[in-house]
Design a protein around this ligand. Structure first.
Ligand code: GDP
Length: 336
């Protein structure tokens, strides 16, 4: 999406539009957030700051699962269920296979044809590109401005591979793992760390010939979950089954999320978790920005490359090299 014609638009103009639920301006503001241009970043940061007092009122749900598990089918069914209940839904898909400006598989509107034409839904891919830290920050910023645009439920979708789940878990209220009734071992292919993060498990494709296998998988998964240490919250993750294609089991999952919300708001864990997530975001941003400062500094880049060669040949320990590099940077700052 081009931004050329929007140079005359001020941050306040964007925010006025966003607050009056203008989805086209919301989209453009997200493009500014994702842009690497300094000028765009400046206005994006202003937009976020102005949206901040109007943010925070949604339920943020993370959904993950391996490709083929039925994420887009599920999100379409779940999203339609929510919009039919008069809720506004934003879906942000993190797509590790795409780069900024290069299109996106997950963002393809054909994945969620009904939801993408629903006036109460907004679907937006987040190309994850190369930098995970950058993406998680941009997705968090996007969540805030979607909330200012009065979306009640924000779904962050990610493919169940790699580190994306950890990043998504750190920005949502409820984390849902979609899985399938597999051949025997239900935890096959699902990393232990992801299981520990989940607030609910959903076994999809509970239909046709698959029904019995799904029931067995559910019992297996429930048994396996007892082996995991209890979380430090008072909420025990449950196993649900659904048939996304037949809209079966969707309401039960939403009821569970609402129950989680009610319980954790009354116990205070809801706010505590969000506050802790903000703190993580803050420290992550410091780390990322410092790294960027170092990367953008020519002399330091040269030194970095020279240290890299020495480290690879075990001539210097990585920790000493890092300390020396930072010292060099600090000396350079002092001289300025
Ligand atoms: P994603 O890669 O996780 O987004 O998965 P998709 O939503 O694209 O689904 C992968 C395949 O599984 C598609 O052919 C869907 O039609 C099918 N599928 C999704 N949900 C169900 C379901 O509940 N039952 C059955 N039988 N098939 C499903």
């Amino acid at each position: 999406m081009g931004l050329k014609n929007y140079n005359l638009y001020s941050a306040q103009n964007y925010v006025d539009d966003i607050l009056s639920v203008n989805v086209s301006s919301l989209s453009k503001a997200i493009t500014l957030i994702e842009s690497t241009s300094e000028k765009h970043q400046k206005i994006a940061q202003e937009i976020i700051q102005l949206c901040l007092p109007h943010s925070g009122n949604s339920i943020r749900i993370g959904i993950t699962g391996v490709p083929g598990v039925g994420k887009s089918t599920f999100i379409e069914a779940f999203g339609k269920f929510l919009t039919a209940s008069k809720l506004r839904v934003a879906v942000l898909s993190i797509d590790p296979s795409s780069k900024i400006g290069k299109g996106s598989i997950l963002g393809d509107k054909t994945r969620m044809p009904d939801l993408s034409t629903d006036p109460n839904a907004f679907i937006r891919p987040t190309p994850s590109g190369d930098s995970l830290g950058g993406v998680s920050s941009k997705t968090r910023e996007t969540i805030l401005i979607c909330e200012a645009a009065r979306f009640d439920v924000i779904i962050i979708e990610t493919v169940g591979v790699g580190q994306n789940e950890i990043a998504v878990h750190a920005m949502v209220d409820f984390f849902l793992l979609l899985s399938l009734a597999g051949a025997g071992d239900e935890l096959q292919g699902i990393k232990k760390g992801i299981i520990e993060m989940a607030d609910a498990f959903v076994i999809n494709k509970d239909d046709g010939d698959n029904k019995i296998r799904v029931q067995i998988a559910k019992a297996d998964l429930e048994r396996a979950l007892h082996l995991f240490p209890e979380k430090d919250t008072d909420f025990y993750p449950k196993v649900f089954t659904c048939s996304a294609i037949n809209n079966k089991g969707i309401k039960e999952i939403w009821d569970e999320i609402k129950l989680f919300e009610t319980n954790s708001k009354s116990s205070g864990t809801w706010d505590k978790k969000r506050a802790a997530q903000n703190e993580v975001w803050f420290t992550e941003s410091i780390k990322n920005n410092l790294l960027l400062l170092l990367q953008n500094n020519k002399a330091i880049q040269l030194a970095f490359n020279s240290y890299k060669t020495k480290i690879q040949s075990n001539l210097i320990s990585p920790i000493i090299a890092a300390n020396e590099l930072i010292e060099q940077f600090l000396q350079q700052l002092k001289k300025q």
